[in-house]
Write a new protein. Structure first.
Length: 82
């Protein structure tokens, strides 16, 4: 499941061969958050690592969640945010 999401996100984010991406499911202690959430780290060469979260388990991630994550990454990158 993680490898499929990882490949989908690599393609959607246009990551190059020197860029890296991790996808992990971790415990979430925030109120209103499910017990587990999906964390994506985008590591582009020459840029700060950006952490993005999907407040769902890996199995529950939807195409809409992926699209929102890609849009968030693009906005943060254009704004120069870490």
């Amino acid at each position: 499941m993680a490898s499929r999401l990882k490949q989908d996100l690599r393609d959607a984010l246009g990551l190059g061969p020197c860029d890296a991406l991790t996808v992990n499911e971790i415990a979430c202690a925030d109120p209103g958050c499910p017990d587990l959430e999906t964390i994506v780290l985008v590591m582009r060469e020459g840029e700060p690592t950006r952490g993005l979260r999907i407040r769902r388990t890996l199995e529950a991630v939807t195409p809409e969640d992926r699209a929102a994550l890609v849009a968030e990454e693009r906005q943060r990158r254009e704004a120069g945010e870490p």
